[in-house]
Design a protein around this ligand. Structure first.
Ligand code: UDX
Length: 462
């Protein structure tokens, strides 16, 4: 089949390359000429394991092409919409401008095709009601129909999540009548479906809500364990013990229970805000807890600052090394990254900050300045008075406490992702703080009155 993918950012580029991998002829479109030039040369414009290989194969075999010109999409039978839906500049809702602009341009191309049967497939994360609105616009053109097919890919695992997803969801205008659309989209995904991946058909609104609810649930799970981490800090418990134990209950599950500096990235933060805004527009008050999910998440960043002040006092002029800038490992994405946010707060507090990261330093430098970043881990650590681990890259998980101690000026570390073994680091002479992991010794030292004060402090910061 001939397929177009409109919008080739994180989602669309991976989708385009994966569809070519399935054997389709694919043309990817974006309004950013630099991005298109890079993709057309077979180069991924961002860090995503497995993507460069798929791009090179797709481009070399001629199955995958890229363009900035909508007229080049005329030959495609299926058009995927992979546009970003960021947070609106003026509020918490989703900004649908890019999506609507793409539909405007696509409508012109489709109208010129003169009624040839065409399927448009929405993949962007949108508030419930958006698909029905777009379907109404497309229905003005003979033979053009819409399916909403949300994407659940995780950055860093995007290729795997696209080619071997947990499930595929189709939202259609009328689940009773739209059988032929389902069969058409099944043709696109045939190799995946043949491997037994479940495919669910439902209304537009249900499909839109599947995506919003999945992200809201994941964010809530992370903030839940981070709220427990706050409780651990004031009672002397260890959140990693609590998480491991409750995760063994199959009804709860151990995934997304890693306490630390919380969630970031281009999806979870903006998606829970957009979901809450949409719920409130509909008069649904019960999703108001998502505001607290967001607030708990932000408080974890503030907590790292409190720990830094506890350990160093005034931060002015103090040398602090931040390990990690990306919002999670195996990504160069710094959008709403807890690591970058905390690094920025440390800079604002007057510290002499050095940030290092295996993949995200280009993006970090664009936000914090070239003088703050250092690609070499050993050089970044040299002379540090405090090390703050904020993105759990493999390299940082396996740092040796003894050799690392020899690099820094004073062996002090905050483990913002709970990936180090504090006892090993303490044995090597380090002063260690971690989020939600008081040591039994710490808890013995803290008298109940000061625990109460700390609880007020932690609870009052938003
Ligand atoms: C997420 C969803 O997982 C994906 O299904 C959706 O399509 C897009 O949004 P992604 O943003 O790539 O994917 O990252 P994810 O792996 O979900 O992690 C999100 C954030 O949560 C990261 O900052 C990560 O560090 C953090 N996280 C994750 C935790 O703090 N604790 C956890 O236990 C898990």
């Amino acid at each position: 089949m001939t397929i177009s993918v409109i919008g080739v950012g994180y989602l669309g580029a991976v989708h385009a390359a994966s569809m070519a991998e399935l054997g389709h002829r694919v043309i990817g479109l974006d309004v950013d000429p630099q991005r298109i030039a890079s993709l057309q040369a077979g180069r991924a414009p961002f860090h995503e394991p497995g993507l460069p290989e798929l791009l090179r194969t797709g481009v070399d075999t001629g199955r995958l092409r890229f363009t900035t010109d909508y007229a080049d999409l005329a030959e495609a039978d299926v058009h995927f919409l992979g546009l970003g839906t960021p947070q609106r500049p003026d509020g918490p809702g989703a900004d649908l401008r890019f999506l609507h602009a793409a539909v405007d341009s696509l409508v012109d191309v489709l109208a010129a095709r003169g009624g040839a049967p065409t399927l448009v497939v929405g993949k962007s994360t949108v508030p419930a009601g958006t698909a029905r609105e777009i379907a109404a616009r497309l229905s003005a053109i003979n033979g053009v129909r819409l399916v909403w097919n949300p994407e659940f890919l995780r950055e860093g695992l995007a290729v795997q999540d696209t080619l071997a997803p947990d499930r595929i969801v189709y939202g259609v205008q009328d689940p009773e009548l739209d059988d032929h659309l389902v069969h058409l989209l099944d043709e696109v995904y045939r190799p995946i479906l043949e491997r037994g991946v479940p495919r669910l058909v439902m209304s537009f609104e249900s499909a839109e809500l599947v995506k919003s609810s999945a992200n809201a649930f994941l964010a809530t799970k992370i903030s839940f364990i981070n709220a427990i981490a706050e409780m651990c800090e004031v009672t002397g418990a260890d959140v990693t013990d609590v998480a491991r134990s409750i995760g063994m209950d199959e009804r709860i599950g151990s995934k997304f229970l890693r306490a630390g500096v919380g969630f970031g990235g281009g999806c979870l933060p903006k998606d829970i805000r957009a979901f809450l805004a949409s719920a409130e527009e509909h008069g649904v008050r019960s999703l108001a807890f998502l505001r607290e999910v967001d607030a708990i998440n932000t408080r974890r960043r503030t907590r790292v600052m409190e720990l830094a002040w506890d350990m160093l006092g005034d931060l002015t002029g103090r040398r602090i090394t931040v390990l990690g800038a990306a919002f999670k490992p195996d990504s160069d994405d710094v959008r709403d990254s807890p690591a970058l946010d905390i690094a920025g707060r440390l800079v604002a507090a007057g510290a002499r900050v050095t940030v290092t990261d295996p993949a995200a330093l280009g993006n970090a430098a664009a936000k914090l300045g070239e003088d703050v970043v250092e690609p070499d881990t050993a050089r970044a650590l040299h002379g540090a008075e405090l090390v703050v681990l904020l993105t759990e890259w493999e390299e940082y998980r396996h740092l040796d406490p003894w050799t690392t101690a020899a690099l820094v000026a004073v062996p002090r570390i905050i483990d913002g992702r709970n990936v180090l073994t504090p006892s090993d680091w303490r044995a090597a002479g380090w002063e260690v703080e971690a989020l939600g992991r008081s040591t039994p010794a710490d808890s013995r030292d803290v008298d109940p009155a000061s625990r109460g004060q700390r609880a007020t402090l932690v609870g009052s910061v938003t």
